[in-house]
Design a protein around this ligand. Structure first.
Ligand SMILES: Cc1ncc(C[n+]2csc(CCOP(=O)(O)OP(=O)(O)O)c2C)c(N)n1
Ligand SMILES: [Mg+2]
Length: 583
């Protein structure tokens, strides 16, 4: 009696990995897979656009530290999930994507004229960490093990397994040995050698002004306590990539939030040694180069990463360590404690206090926006109200152009791993799926997503997904009825002087930068969610309180002043960032 199928084998292997949730849209070509998920008690969360399955899995993985799994069906389903895969790979989230493919007789190589067929692994192989088609039922367990091994090796990203429909669905009689994850992949974190740790301690104890720089690797390694302990031991300031904001509570005097961009440059120029943790020092870290960072000849770098390809990639390392960030920091702390007598803290308190004063000054300058009580409102009010009314450990998502900038500049990240965005790709609309993945990752907690009206327009239908799955998400849509960030750039490119004097151009002078209105509150109501529209600063907190009390999902359509919104803080730095640093 045939009693299994390729899809059934996949489902059981996911179960052995501890996976409980899969994101994706159903299709006959992998009925054998998703029906087995149900039978085994794994839940399926189904979006209304495949790309959002990838964002859901990515956010879920990032927030939980577990594997995020998504699926898409051959041809159009896979075509639709591609953008999501590009983004999740760029963001470095641990996502396994399982797709169906047309039957083996028509695929690999693709037979001319095949319906809903294209070279799925050929395409995804170019954008993901790893992509492989399964040629036969017999090889499926081995290739699935290879996929899972890839998921847990090196920098997290997208791993893809493509399974033809006949392998997915056909019932077969076969004994498939169920291996435990420890039998096919490394379970223990990569440990650094004692010698590497001692060399790192030499550099840090020998420095007069050391600093730490943290990337997303700290989030994936859940190395928050160890990071704080090392920073406090050294009394060293901590900068982060945008994506790693909050790995050290931003209320700590040692935390230098990224929004203080000029101060970040100063800190990075004053440091004579830097401990780089789980960061590639990519473009949004200014490539680790002068004038934004001190020249390598005057700044030693200890770089720790779980992926050897990142070591010394953009800035020369004094000590390059291939290790799990958390294991490294734990060992480093022990080594530093043992050598406490070598610690020279001269000048550090003064330096930290000086940085603190600069941050306070900039914060007061930013907070002047909150004194603006005109209507339609200054967007700063929305972010500040969300910071006050959501629990501190709620996931907070920033999506949109200027909306994401306003959100970042007025949000304070106090709990690690709770601020999401697409910091490497700036993908408008990802916040819909991310919010759903994050809500499932933090049961019982409301999720906050502040999103632009352009961004919301990409996937508003996912509000219905949140309704169907009863998720407590509040989307606050900042409606300026324009592609705000691009309009700002465009206006300056067209008429810089007029922009400086008048702050805006006349409507006919811009090129298709304005949008019509979508009533996101009414759209939300039509899908069964709570929806309301506000325009005055005084209305924000009561509306937010009602949205939270509704149990969600909820959408608040916020009319913001389009001119004020265009002039988001810090934009000049983003423009500068696009140029290669001189050093
Ligand atoms: C998917 C996608 N398409 C295009 C862009 C380029 N882009 C960057 S910002 C922006 C405007 C965003 O408008 P909106 O979401 O309304 O946010 P606002 O700037 O108005 O706050 C665009 C089109 C992008 N980042 N992502
Ligand atoms: Mg807009």
């Amino acid at each position: 009696m045939p009693d299994t199928s390729g899809g059934d084998v996949l489902a059981r292997m996911l179960q052995a990995e501890g996976v409980t949730t899969v994101f994706g849209i159903i299709d006959g070509t992998y009925f054998g897979f998703y029906s087995s998920l149900k039978r085994l008690g794994l839940s399926l969360v189904t979006p209304r656009h495949e790309t959002n399955a990838a964002h859901m899995a990515g956010a879920y993985a990032r927030v939980t530290g577990r594997l995020g799994v998504c699926m898409a069906s051959n041809g159009p389903g896979v075509a639709n999930i591609l953008p999501g895969l590009v983004v999740e790979e760029a963001e470095g989230n641990r996502v396994l994507c399982i797709t169906s493919a047309r039957r083996t007789g028509a695929m690999y190589p693709l037979r001319t004229g095949t319906y809903q067929g294209f070279d799925q692994t050929g395409v995804i192989g170019r954008i993901a960490k790893w992509s492989q088609e399964v040629p036969s039922f017999e090889r499926l367990p081995e290739l699935m093990r290879a996929a899972l091994r890839q998921c847990w090796e090196g920098r997290p990203g997208v791993v893809h397994l493509d399974v033809p429909e006949n392998i997915m669905n056909a019932k077969v009689s076969a004994e498939v040995a169920g291996w435990q994850p420890s039998q096919y992949r490394r379970m223990a974190p990569l440990e650094p050698s004692d010698a590497e740790v001692e060399r790192a301690a030499d550099v840090l104890l020998g420095a007069s002004a050391p600093m730490l720089h943290a990337g997303s690797g700290v989030i994936h390694a859940l190395a928050y306590d160890e990071l704080r302990a090392v920073a406090e031991f050294l009394q060293a300031p901590v900068t982060t990539s945008w994506a790693a904001r909050g790995v050290l509570d931003e209320r700590s005097p040692l935390a230098i939030p990224m929004i203080h961009v000029k101060l970040n440059h100063l800190v990075r120029n004053e440091a004579d040694a830097v401990l780089v943790l789980g960061s590639r020092l990519g473009e949004t870290d200014w490539w680790g180069k002068p004038p934004y960072w001190r020249a390598p000849a005057e700044q030693q770098m200890v770089q720790v990463d779980c992926d050897g390809r990142n070591l010394g990639a953009n800035k020369p390392a004094t000590v390059a360590v291939l290790a799990d960030v958390r294991s490294f920091l734990a060992k480093l702390l022990a080594a530093l404690e043992a050598r406490r007598s070598e610690l020279r803290l001269v000048g550090r308190a003064e330096r930290i206090a000086r940085y603190g004063q600069k941050m306070q000054r900039y914060r007061s300058k930013l907070d002047r926006a909150l004194e603006d009580t005109s209507e339609p409102m200054n967007p700063a009010h929305v972010v500040r109200a969300c910071d006050e009314l959501f629990p501190k450990d709620s996931v907070f998502i920033a999506d949109g152009g200027n909306t994401a900038v306003w959100t970042n500049f007025y949000h304070q990240a106090t709990v690690p791993g709770r601020l999401l965005s697409t910091f490497k790709m700036g993908m408008l609309g990802a916040g819909l799926g991310q919010a759903i993945g994050a809500a499932l990752a933090t049961p019982g907690k409301p999720v906050c997503c502040i999103i632009g009206d352009g961004a919301m327009g990409f996937h508003p239908q996912e509000v219905e997904t949140a309704v169907r799955h009863r998720l407590p998400i509040v989307w606050l849509v900042l409606c300026d009825r324009q592609w705000g960030m691009v309009k700002m750039n465009q206006s300056f490119a067209l008429k810089p002087l007029k922009m400086l004097v008048r702050k805006r151009l006349d409507p006919e002078e811009n090129i298709w930068s304005d949008l019509g209105e979508i009533r996101f509150d009414l759209l939300a109501q039509s899908m069964g969610a709570h929806g309301e529209r506000i325009g005055s600063p005084a209305a924000v907190r009561p509306a937010l309180a009602r949205a939270l009390a509704s149990g969600g999902p909820a959408v608040i359509h916020v009319d913001v002043n389009p001119v004020t919104h265009m002039w988001a803080p810090g934009l000049v730095h983003f423009k500068e960032m696009h140029q290669e640093p001189k050093g």
